[in-house]
Design a protein around this ligand. Structure first.
Ligand code: DGJ
Length: 711
C-alpha cells in the first residue's frame, strides 16, 4: 500500500492516496495551490507529470481558469465564484497566495500554509485521508497573524468556504442532489448540470428541509450499478452554500462552505476561524449504488458514535396523544407497545410546563403537574418495568414567549432591537451562541436525564432562524451567531453524551430539517420526516440513503388515514416500508383492533430476524420508487453474503399481472440460498440472472419481505 501522502519536491506536487482513488495538487511557481487530479489511482510519478487542471491558453477576456485552484480566491484576473473572499480594513479586496511551508501532524494529515505578502492573514488548507475508505476530508483555517498589541485592523471574510473541489473536464455533467420541504424531505433530483453557476443553499440557520448539503456529480453516463461518480458533503448543521461552476469548456468546480450569502466572518488579531470539514468521495466504478455504499461505510467507520449498536424498535407517542400526554395514557400505550415487542418507549411533546398546545410552555422544562403529579419517575419506572428503555422529547433551542423562561430572559432569543420578533409555531429561537444559554440548557438536560433515568432524548428544533441578531454581543460581531449557535448546539449534545455515556439521542427538526454528517457524528438516529405515509416515505428514504446509512433512518408505522396525506394503506405495507429502516411504531395503539395488534406483533418479531441486515448490511437499491404502478425494491446484504433481505412494494398492480422476477445484487454466483418463506433453494447465479419470484398478492398495496439464508 503506498503512503497516504507523498510529495514530489521538484514539481511541488502532493499526492493523496486513498484505498482506490488518488487526489493530486501542486503548489505552483507563484506559490498558488493548484489542482491536478481527483479520480482513479495514480503513482506519484504520474501525478508529477500531469499538467495542472485547466492549464492551456485562455484569452485575456476570460481570466484565469476558474476550476483550477484548491481554494478559489477573489482577486487578480479571477472571475469565477470565490470560495474565499476577504476585505482588508483599507478596502483592499483579494488575496494573494504566498506559500509558507507545510506540516504533516500525522501520516494522513497535510496542512499547507500560505500567507498574504502584505496583510496579516495566514490561510491553511487542511487535507486528511483515511486508511480504509476513499473519503478525503478538506477544511480551511484563516488566522489573523497580527498581535493584539500592534493594533492591527480586523479582517473581514465575506465568504469563507471549506474547500474548492475540481473535477476533470468531461463533455457532459449531471448533478444529483436532494430537494425538499417540511413533510417532503430528501427527494432525489438528477439533472444535467447547467452551464454557469448553480447554488444549493440553506439560509435557515439549520441544515434545512429545503436542500441537503451534498452534491453528487457524474459525466452523464453513470447508472445505479455502473460508472464513475464524484461527490462531496459538508459536515455542518447550520446555513450553508454549495456553488457549482460549469464553464463552457466543461470544467467543473464546486465550493462548499458554512454560512449562506449574507454571513460574514470577522477576524480579530490573533484569532483563527476553522471551517467545518468537507468530505469528498469518488468511486471509479459501480455507479450511484457503489457511491452510497462507500458513504455508508465511511460514516459507519468514522462518523457514527456507536455504529455497531443495533437500534431498538421504538414507540413514539406524538401521533397518538399529541400534546395531551398524561401518566395514564402513556402507561396504557407503553403496555400495548411492550406487548408488540417494542424496546424503547418515547414520550413526545407536551409533558412540561404549560405546554397543552404549541402556544405556551416551551423553555419551562419541569413536568406538567396536571399530567404528572409525581414527576416523570413513575412513568420512567413503569416503562423500565415493562422491559423497555425510556425516552423523552425535548426542544432545548426554543422558547414560547408565553413561558417563565422568556419572561425572565427576553434577551436570550435571536432578535434585532428595532425589529418585530417573528414567531413561527408561536416560538422564538434561543441564542445558543450565548454561553449562559448553553450552560442553562446543559444544566437542565443533565438533571432531567439523571433524575429520571432517561435512556434516550429526541432533540427537536421546530423553526428556522429569523431576525438573527445578537445586539449585546460583547465584541459587536453579532454575525458570529450563525456559526456559534451551531457550535453551541453541537457542544451541548457532546457534553451530554460525555456526561451520560449510555444516553442515546435522536436528531429531529420538524422531521428532517437538520441532518448532515455533523449531526450524524453526535446522534444515534434521525427522524427524517413528519410524513409517515408509507408510500411517500419510500421516496424520502430513497433520497436519505443516497449518503446516509440506513442504521440512522428512523421510520414509524402510524394510523390510517395518514395524518399528513389522508391516505389509507394496509398495515403490512406500512410495516414493510418502516421495516426497511429503523422500525418504530407511532400509531394510537389503543384504537388498533386485536387482529391488527397481533399482526403488528408478528411483523415486529419478523423485523428482529432481519434488522441486523437492514441496519448493518450493504444497501442495494434494486428499483427506485416512482410511479405507484411500478415495483420499488431494496436489498440488504450481510458483509459475508451469508444472508440477504429483500423488501418489495407494489402499490397499484396493473392488469392483475405479477411483476417480473426481481434480479438481486451482490451475491456470490455459486452460493445457494434458502427462501425462508417457502423453503425454496436458489443459486446466487439464478437470483442474479433470472431473479426472485416475489409472489406478491394481486391486490393494491402489495408488499413482501424475503429473507434468504445461505446454505
Ligand atoms: C416535530 C417532530 O418532527 C414531531 O415528530 C413531533 O416531535 C413534534 N415536533 C412535537 O412538537
Amino acid at each position: 500500500m503506498p503512503a497516504a501522502l507523498s510529495h514530489d519536491a521538484p514539481t511541488g506536487t502532493w499526492l493523496l492516496t486513498t484505498r482506490s482513488t488518488s487526489y493530486a495538487l501542486r503548489v505552483d511557481g507563484q506559490g498558488v495551490p493548484r489542482h491536478v487530479h481527483w479520480g482513479g489511482p495514480l503513482t506519484l510519478a504520474d501525478a508529477a507529470s500531469l499538467p495542472l487542471a485547466g492549464a492551456g491558453p485562455r484569452s485575456s477576456f476570460d481570466g484565469r481558469t476558474a476550476a483550477s485552484e484548491e481554494l478559489s480566491v477573489d482577486g487578480a484576473d479571477r472571475y469565477g465564484p470565490p470560495a474565499l473572499r476577504v476585505r482588508f480594513a483599507d478596502g483592499t479586496r483579494a488575496l494573494t497566495w504566498q506559500a509558507d511551508g507545510h506540516e504533516q501532524p500525522d501520516p494522513r494529515t497535510l496542512l499547507l500554509r500560505f500567507r498574504d505578502p502584505h496583510y496579516p492573514l495566514r490561510t491553511t488548507l487542511g487535507y486528511r485521508v483515511h486508511p480504509d475508505t476513499d473519503v478525503i476530508e478538506r477544511w480551511t483555517e484563516l488566522t489573523h497573524t497580527g498581535g493584539a498589541d500592534d493594533r492591527a485592523d480586523d479582517i473581514l471574510a465575506l465568504r469563507a468556504d471549506s474547500a474548492t473541489l475540481s473535477l476533470p473536464a468531461r463533455d457532459d455533467y449531471r448533478l444529483s442532489h436532494a430537494v425538499g420541504q417540511w413533510a417532503a424531505e430528501t427527494q432525489l433530483r438528477r439533472t444535467p448540470l447547467p452551464y454557469g453557476e448553480t447554488v444549493l443553499t440553506s439560509r435557515t440557520g439549520t441544515t434545512s428541509h429545503l436542500a441537503q448539503p451534498w452534491a453528487i456529480l457524474d459525466a452523464g453516463d453513470a447508472t445505479e450499478e455502473h460508472g464513475q461518480v464524484w461527490s462531496a458533503a459538508l459536515a455542518w448543521s447550520g446555513s450553508w452554500q454549495i456553488t457549482l461552476l460549469r464553464t463552457p469548456d466543461n470544467q467543473l468546480a464546486l465550493n462548499l462552505g458554512a454560512g449562506h450569502d449574507a454571513v460574514t466572518v470577522t477576524l480579530r488579531p490573533g484569532e483563527t476561524h476553522t471551517t467545518p470539514p468537507v468530505l469528498a468521495l469518488h468511486v471509479a466504478e459501480g455507479g450511484f449504488g457503489a457511491l452510497s455504499r462507500a458513504w455508508h461505510a465511511h460514516l459507519r467507520a468514522h462518523v457514527l458514535p456507536h455504529p455497531r449498536e443495533t437500534r431498538p424498535v421504538l414507540y413514539n407517542s406524538w401521533e397518538a396523544t399529541g400534546f395531551g400526554v398524561t401518566l395514564d395514557n402513556q402507561k396504557r400505550l407503553a403496555s400495548l407497545a411492550a406487548s408488540l415487542g417494542v424496546e424503547l418507549f418515547v414520550m413526545d411533546d407536551g409533558w412540561f410546563g404549560a405546554r397543552r398546545d404549541d402556544h405556551a410552555g416551551l423553555g419551562d422544562w419541569t413536568p406538567y403537574p396536571g399530567a404528572f403529579p409525581d414527576g416523570l419517575r413513575p412513568l420512567a419506572d413503569e416503562v423500565h418495568r415493562l422491559g423497555m428503555a425510556f425516552g423523552l422529547w425535548v426542544e432545548p433551542e426554543m422558547v414560547n414567549p408565553d413561558s417563565d423562561l422568556h419572561r425572565a430572559h427576553p434577551d436570550w432569543v435571536l432578535h434585532f432591537p428595532h425589529r418585530h420578533r417573528t414567531e413561527l409555531r408561536h416560538q422564538l429561537v434561543l441564542n445558543f451562541a450565548r454561553p449562559e444559554v448553553t450552560a442553562w440548557a446543559f444544566d437542565w438536560l443533565t438533571r432531567l436525564v439523571a433524575d429520571n433515568d432517561v435512556d434516550y432524548l429526541k432533540w427537536d428544533m421546530n423553526r428556522p432562524f429569523s431576525e438573527a441578531g445578537w445586539p449585546d454581543e460583547p465584541s459587536g460581531r453579532g454575525d458570529r451567531l450563525w456559526f456559534d449557535h451551531v457550535r453551541g448546539y453541537h457542544a451541548v449534545v457532546d457534553r451530554l453524551r460525555a456526561a451520560h455515556p449510555r444516553l442515546r439521542i435522536e436528531a429531529c427538526s420538524g422531521g428532517g430539517g437538520r441532518v448532515d454528517p455533523a449531526v450524524l457524528a453526535r446522534t444515534d438516529q434521525v427522524w427524517i420526516s413528519d410524513n409517515t405515509d408509507a408510500a411517500d416515505r419510500l421516496v424520502i428514504q430513497h433520497g436519505y440513503t443516497q449518503l446516509y446509512p440506513v442504521r440512522t433512518m428512523a421510520a414509524w408505522v402510524t394510523d390510517v388515514p395518514n395524518q399528513q396525506t389522508g391516505r389509507s394503506i394496509p398495515l403490512r405495507f406500512r410495516f414493510h416500508s418502516a421495516m426497511s429502516g429503523v422500525l418504530g411504531v407511532g400509531g394510537d395503539l389503543t384504537r388498533w383492533r386485536p387482529e391488527e395488534l397481533k399482526e403488528a406483533e408478528q411483523l415486529v418479531a419478523e423485523y428482529k430476524t432481519v434488522r441486523h441486515l437492514v441496519q448493518h448490511g450493504e444497501l442495494f437499491r434494486l428499483r427506485p420508487p416512482g410511479d405507484l404502478q411500478r415495483l420499488t425494491a431494496v436489498q440488504y446484504l450481510a458483509a459475508d453474503a451469508a444472508e440477504t433481505a429483500v423488501f418489495a412494494w407494489l402499490p397499484q398492480p396493473r392488469f392483475g399481472l405479477p411483476p417480473a422476477p426481481l434480479r438481486l445484487a451482490g451475491l456470490p454466483r455459486d452460493a445457494r440460498y434458502r427462501d425462508q418463506r417457502n423453503g425454496r433453494v436458489h443459486s446466487g447465479a439464478a437470483l442474479l440472472e433470472r431473479g426472485l419470484d416475489l409472489d406478491l398478492p394481486h391486490t393494491d398495496w402489495a408488499s413482501a419481505l424475503v429473507h434468504l439464508v445461505r446454505l
